[in-house]
Design a protein around this ligand. Sequence first.
Ligand code: HSE
Length: 308
Amino acid sequence: MAELRKKVTVQVPATSANCGPGFDCLGLACTLYNTFTYELVPEAEGVQVRTEGQGNTSLPQGRNNLAAQSFYTLWEKLQQPATGLKIACRIQVPVSRGLGSSSTAIVAGLTAANALAGDPLSKEELVTEAARIEGHPDNVAPAILGGLTVNVMEKGKVESLKLALAKPLKLVVLVPALPLPTSKARAALPEMVPHKDAVYNVSRAALLVGSLMSGDYHFLTTALEDRLHQPYRLPLIPGAEEALAAARQAGAYNGIISGAGSTLLAYVPADGDAVKIGEAMRKPFAKRHMDTALHFLEIDPEGAKVIG
Ligand code: HSE
């Protein structure tokens, strides 16, 4: 039997959950990545996490780092021998901004543990494990599977349908210098919503999926609207409402709050002027003296992968 390896490098994409009307259900993977190298070391050496890039000052450096916690969750479940761990993280996905940075750590840990244990779990099983840790599936599923995923939690398991888009689409991603913890953005949501708002969202979520699959992208302007979370979260991101209107005026199909925010993401035609749209979205924040970073991305088709 081949000996199992002791070191693995995993690349995991950023993700944009909700996609407008698909609260806690829809998510897509984007072409921006975190990379994690896991090395098994003697147990006595404990856990050492080294981080380069966006999160190097704020992320825990030991066993309580999410990339380590998720690794051990699966490693122990798979009844692998006790081990120490060295993790080197290269972080490009902004932290606490609604681009699934914590999902990248969860997915990296699970993917690495699975790979170093000889790949006993399928990607589908990893999605359920990851959603258990994260609490909702709409970031972890596209982070593992890539593409756009429709995700339903059913009796403790996640059913994830990965969809291929009919035509290319550009994503203009505006990241304000405003960390917004998911817990705070979820606390802003009401317990109950009016029945008419539920209908508003169900119809748009269905139209959104149909539009992306058929290539009838002219529906996206209507289909990306939402009443379940955005109206409650927009006030937490000063300038966001104006920026989304500016994106539409500059030629985007529409724009949304990515995940729980504070990032805004515009869905742009393949021949649209992404730079013009990004600059238009930036202005309402500049007016409020808020720095922003722009990323011009596409949908990542593959999801998490072992690259070394
Ligand atoms: N669906 C989740 C939310 C995504 O909007 O709260 C958080 O990353």
